[in-house]
Structures are given as structure tokens and as C-alpha cells.
Design a protein around this ligand. Sequence first.
Ligand code: SF4
Length: 439
Amino acid sequence: MPQLNPGELEIDLFCKGLKIDPSCRLDRDARLFARTRAGLGSGLEIVIPGDLKDIWMNVPVEEDFCALSPYVMRFTEMLGYHVVDTRSGQTYSVEIPETPSWYERKTSSGVPMSRIGVLQGTYLGIYISEACMFWTPQENANCKFCTSGVNVGVNELTRKRVRDVVEVARAAKEESGVTFTHFNAGYQWEDMPEHTRAHGLNRAAPFVKAVREEVGGFIGVQVAPVLPRDHWKYDWLTELGTDHFSFCYEFHNPEYFKKFCPGKYGHLGQDAFFRALEYTSKLLGKGKVSGEIIAGLEPIEDTLKAIDYITSAGAFPTVCIFRPLIGADLEHYPSPSYEDMRRVFEHMWRAMVRNKIPIEIVPNIEVSLVVQPGDAAYLVPRDRTWKAYRRRNAMLRKLAKPVVWWKMKPHPVKASATDHPKLPPAPSAAPKPGSEAAA
Ligand code: SF4
């Protein structure tokens, strides 16, 4: 069995998981297991060093399938942390990122900072709303792979204050070198009068503006899409400081979308995701928007079609390898095969090259929950096309340096996070959208 390269090892670890040998001192060395958001951060954060780039990943360690994994992580004074493939005896050096010093601190209102946001790789992820409405007993329509209804409110605060978020974003930028803050929310009621709607975009607005004005750095928003009549909200969020939107439509095959995402199917429909992705990709430009999908549940051919669609719209695919999370309805589903997943990510690389989607332009954004487009550079021959694409990205990176420098600084924002000419005036008794979060 040949030694795997870092990209291949990442994929195999996502598919098979990892066992932890008692020689490991994770309670002392590793980041806390961050069981947050949809639950994908439940694993162990590791870094696989490589010649093209170091790969950050959140490797599954808790789920049942990990007990059958041939991979074991060990620690020795001589080798440090390393992963052993017990089938062949091959070893792979890995690093364990330290727990950020600010995780232990409290915000000025007394909340532990790690309950406001956590690092997922090298970016700061912050969940901004209460539990996703699809998890409520009235709806009972949660996505079948998700555990956010189990985690939010237990491991994360349900409602976050803007001040706390600013303090955490500042600590993450100054002490951990974070360049990207990502706001995420589950589904919030959409079928309400406009003035009382708690749509995720309205929720995100005060946080985006505050981080842009007081911290700086790149900002991403991932909430349910709005319908075309409300696409102006993406312009509004961009004025407030958003640099990136992402859309989790999960499955390209409509039958799988309906079966595994009943809430998204019933309230939004796949089309809402497609229209919003296309709109924001035009608004922000190539490579600034992502379409998020899960590989390993729907037929592989559909996943390949999703990648073709997303890249043809000028966006980049964020492909999660299906993880049967503890507590999810699909907890007992098998995790996918390495061979299938390798095929998916090779295809992703080729689609990115074909559509000239820029990657790795902003420094230090390593997403540990997925195989990033740049990680897939390890999966294909280093031929002329491969070199030309990487040269092009290197040139774009150089050209973008002044913009990156400017973006990393805080800047005043003219637009209001709670008022917009297109928002109907709220009755005086009703709180304005977002105002409750703007404490
Ligand atoms: S929309 Fe689906 S994946 Fe997202 S939080 Fe709600 S149930 Fe989970």
C-alpha cells in the first residue's frame, strides 16, 4: 500500500476516523472538542504538514465508525504526535494546534469566550441565532444529518450580544491571527410579517457592522437564502461589510434534498438556494461565494453535478464528507468510501481549474471541517495545467495584497444595521429586526 500524500490522508481520515492511543496527552495539548453548530466540529483538530500546504482537519474520533478505523494516533517523545496505519505500519507526522489562550477568558459581560465563538481550523466560527426552527416540535423538520438542535443552548449560548462577539473577534484576530470571521445561523421564521421577521440576514446585520467597524478582517455570512424579492438584502449586508456568502443546499439530487432536508424543502426549495447563490456570486465576483454540499449520501454522479453547477456560477464548492454524527437521525448510516471521495475531490479540483475560480487569495483561511479546494491540489498530477492554475492564483494573491491589508483594519460603515429603506416601518410596539441582539 503506497504512502498517502497529505490530501489523500485527509480524505481517508474523514472517511474512516481515528482512534486515540492512551500515549496521547490531548487533555493537555488539544483544542477542546467543539461540539457546536451542525455538529461537524465534534472531532479532533489536527494539522497534516505537506510540501504544497499544511492541511487543517477536524478528524472524527467519537462516532461509532471510528472504532473500526485502521488509523491510530500515538505520541512519543521522539516522534511527537503521529498517525499509524495499522494495516501497513506506515506513519504520518501530525501536529495538534494549541487551544487559543482566549478560550479560557470571559467577555466583559462574564461569558466564557469559547461559548461565543470557536476556531474551526484558522477561522472564527460564530453561531448567531437561537436553535434552528426546523428543530422545534411544531416543525419537526430538521436536516437528518444535523445535530444543531442538540448542541445550541447546551454547548453554545442561544442568543449572543454584539459586544461579546466584538470582544471575541478582536481576541481571535490579535492573539490567533484570525483573518476571517464567519457568522452562521440555522433557519429562522420566514413566513411572518416583514417587520417581525427574524431572518438570518437581519440577525447577522448588527454583528457584521460591528466587526467591520471595530475589528476588521474578512467576514462571511451563512444563513438560509432569501427569496428573489428580498435579494436586495444581500446588497445591504455587503454594504455593512460582508465579504462572503455561503449557501448550504446539501444535495443536488432533488429527491435526496427532499428526504434529508425536509425543512429546507418545505420552506425554501432548492431553487431559492440556486437563485441566491447566482445573485451573490454576480454581486461579489468570482470565488467569493460558496455552495455547500454533503458528499457520501446522494449518488456520486449528483455530487459531481453539484460541483459543476457551483463552479459554473463562479462560486467555489465547500464539500463536507458525510459524518454520521452522534445524535443525528443518520447516526447509524455508514460513512462514505475513500475511493468515492477521492473521485469527488479530484473532480472539484478540475472544475475549479476549468472555471478559473480563484483560491487561497486571503491568507490564513484554513477550514478544518471540509476538504478545501486548495487541499485537492495533492490529488492530481502536477502537470502544466496544474502549474498554470497555481501560478495564476499566486499572481492574484500578490495583486490582492493592498486590499487584504486595507480589509484587515476596522472601518466605519455608513449603512444602518437595523433600518433600510426597503424594510417596512415596524409598528412602534414591535422591536426592529436585530435590535434585540444589539445590546
Ligand atoms: S437548516 Fe438543517 S443543517 Fe442547518 S441548522 Fe437547521 S436542521 Fe441543521
